[in-house]
Design a protein. Structure first.
Length: 505
């Protein structure tokens, strides 16, 4: 694959205005699928099932199998629409989207077209520097997911060069809400950062609602990023590309930046942009052509004849509205004030995706500074080394319990890191790891005095130096005691005992 020519990002922004748009698919974590009673693999309880075991006749498109709408999915969709500031349609309906889906047995997708369940909203997005951007939402509509194809025999795992493909219908029929923004103007140099922050905001909203696991690496949340450029001063929008199913927030940011640089280079030399889907390649940091992007007319939408319109009761809408959680941007501002963090400290937490982990750790009894220290420090370090999600390594309750042991003097910071290692390794709670490994600080004076006497015997001049006013000489004895006791001595108590010994002689 030939490399695309890229224009310098700053130069591209001098010549062209970027216009963005996002389509985010949210897999709902209902117990069953959108139109069948088959277990939903997007639900944590059913994750990782063997291929083609979470299926029902309607998921496989068998003749005579009729869809039945999942009522819980409707409730979740309404809640999400309300959280996005949308109006809820008094009546919405499903449509058939006709397109060749090799992993949807009935060869069409049940979606919503001209009558979505939610429309005309907006959401506040906070960038890393604290800037608030209002992103306009065009619609949020319900649909079903397709299955999954695994291409076999090739070197890349893609269909090109594969000998055959395997189809897994487990994901077919998983309930989705697709959130479509209106064109976003004015992002300028912040366009890549806005893309990342927008996806993070949607993730935070759906997690707060409890309607999705929202894990990008599992596909619970997928973003298609639309990018177009228009010359400065021009009113007409440029031709857009749609980079599909980018599976991390960092990748969304990189993909938007790449497309701006790629399109700018083409336009600057007099070329034209092809309206198409693009595929993001994490390993190379590039996009590649997919298929020409179809317009709505190409899908031959028509009303789904096997499903009635969705007519939510006004009382249900108001019930769900009253249960909405605090908006993410407002919550961040509130927590920053309550915790007393500086801008930089709070950004470390928020940008690391650790806001909920820190909040839950504080709720479990840890001080804000201690919770931040553990999550942005040692836990993140271990997570990076293991290439895992920090929030999945250890529970907030165990982090708070670990800090309580430090506060009580049972553990030093050094010992606490060893206990953390044991908890992450699955050895039990912090107290259980302390007991099993024998890691508690030794504060028994008898044991400490014995170790001090041994250290003083090896350094007989230390007491004389302390009596002469050279108190820092005690450090050598303290260090020897700590080494002899494998770091488990109470250093403060050792110092007190050494000074007492010097004063008594």
């Amino acid at each position: 694959m030939a490399k695309d020519a890229l224009m310098d990002f700053d130069e591209a922004l001098e010549m062209f205005e970027p216009v963005l748009g996002f389509e985010v698919h949210v897999e709902l974590n209902t117990a069953t699928k959108m139109f069948s009673a088959a277990p939903n693999p997007a639900n944590e309880a059913h994750h990782g099932a063997e291929p083609n075991t979470l299926v029902a006749p309607v998921d496989m498109g068998l003749p005579g199998a009729l869809p039945v709408v999942n009522q819980e999915a409707i409730r979740s969709s309404i809640s999400l629409g309300l959280a996005l500031g949308c109006s809820i349609a008094p009546s919405s309906r499903f449509a058939r989207k006709n397109y060749f889906y090799p992993d949807l047995g009935k060869n069409y997708q049940i979606s919503q077209y001209d009558e979505p369940i939610a429309f005309e909203g907006s959401v506040e997005v906070e960038l890393e520097d604290g800037t608030i951007v209002t992103v306009p939402i065009e619609r949020a509509h319900m649909e079903e997911d397709a299955g999954k194809l695994t291409h076999m025999g090739g070197s890349t795992g893609r269909i090109q060069g594969a000998e055959y493909s395997l189809v897994d219908y487990n994901r077919a029929g998983v309930p989705l809400v697709e959130i479509v923004t209106k064109p976003i103007f004015g992002a300028e140099h912040s366009a890549p950062a806005l893309a990342k922050a927008y996806v993070a905001t949607i993730r935070d909203i759906v997690r707060a609602l409890g309607i999705s696991e929202a894990r990008l690496e599992r596909g619970n949340l997928r973003c298609d990023a639309n990018v177009s450029l228009r010359p400065r001063g021009q009113e007409k929008l440029g031709t857009r590309t749609e980079t599909k199913n980018v599976n991390s927030m960092r990748s969304v940011e990189r993909a938007v930046r790449y497309e701006i640089q790629r399109q700018a280079a083409i336009l600057a030399r007099g070329g034209t942009i092809t309206q198409e889907t693009r595929h993001w390649h994490e390993d190379t940091g590039r996009t590649s052509p997919g298929r020409p992007k179809s317009d709505a007319d190409d899908y031959r939408y028509f009303p789904e004849p096997d499903l009635l319109p969705v007519v939510p009761a006004p009382e249900l809408i108001e019930e769900l509205r009253a249960a909405l959680p605090e908006p993410p941007a407002a919550r961040r501002r509130r927590l920053k004030g309550e915790w007393g963090f500086t801008d930089l400290e709070f950004q470390d937490v928020a940008n690391g995706g650790l806001l909920d982990a820190v909040a839950d750790t504080i709720a479990a009894g840890a001080a804000p500074a201690a919770a931040r220290k553990w999550w942005t420090g040692e836990i993140t370090r271990v997570a990076n080394a293991q290439e895992r999600d920090a929030a999945g390594l250890i529970s907030p309750e165990n982090v708070a319990a670990l800090q309580k042991l430090v506060d009580a003097g049972t553990l030093t910071d050094k010992l606490a890191r060893q206990v953390l290692e044991g908890v992450i390794a699955g050895e039990g709670t912090p107290q259980e790891v302390v007991d099993a490994r024998g890691l508690a600080v030794v504060s028994d004076d008898g044991a400490l005095i014995a170790a001090i006497d041994e250290a003083l015997a090896a350094q007989p001049d230390v007491l004389a130096k302390i009596r002469d006013g050279k108190v820092q000489a005690a450090g050598a004895v303290i260090g020897a005691v700590m080494k002899a006791m494998k770091g488990q001595a109470d250093a403060a108590r050792v110092r007190e005992l050494v000074l007492e010994r010097a004063a008594a002689q």
